[in-house]
Design a protein around this ligand. Sequence first.
Ligand code: SAH
Length: 216
Amino acid sequence: MLDSFKYLGKRMQMVKFLRTQGIHNEKVLGAISRVPRHLFIDSALENHAYVLKAVPIAAEQTLSNPYTVALQTQLIYPKEEEKILEIGTGSGYQTAVLLELGSKVYTIERQKELFDRSKQLLKKLSYYPKYQSFGDGFKGLPAFAPFDKIIVTAAAPFIPRDLKEQLKIGGLMIIPVGKRDKEQQMKMILREDEECSKVISLGKANFVPMLEKRQS
Ligand code: SAH
């Protein structure tokens, strides 16, 4: 399981294209240029690794479009040493991108198959999240809260209260909200103080649904 010059070249082309699509944060682009996305998907689909589209992974889930990963990452812009909570580990790709930026990553996945696979793969590729949880993202990880930033990679029907409460004052969360595809909106939540948070809508989104309770 190796990276290769062929895929490095394709990755650099993808990064160039992402730049034309409004991804301008060089650190985020740098992280994306270093993570071998083709290793996070089934080898039969490797050829689709570096085009801007979502790719199916196990358990009827998808690895988000690289543009979406780049955009969400750019929006929360995780800095070195910041504590980031990710909801929806999936393939582990977004986790790897966050780790490339030097942040401390805590991640939750509700599907056992994906939890096990991503755990193995991240280790194999020498990516070390602080904590990988098999659990329910609606509940967050109270034992490790508060977090500087929270990134949700599945569409939630509402903004989960537990997640909002696990944000640091001054922290921010990026989350697609909405039930059906065409109603989903990307939202940014800024926690201003104990009681107040500001919600900003950032336009349409298209994610698999966030579902309650973990599933073995
Ligand atoms: N970040 C992932 C994208 C995966 S798609 C990647 O880079 O591959 C969204 C993921 O969210 C799926 O793996 C799905 O199983 C997971 N998910 C859905 N509802 C969840 C919940 N309540 N808690 C945790 N994970 C959830």
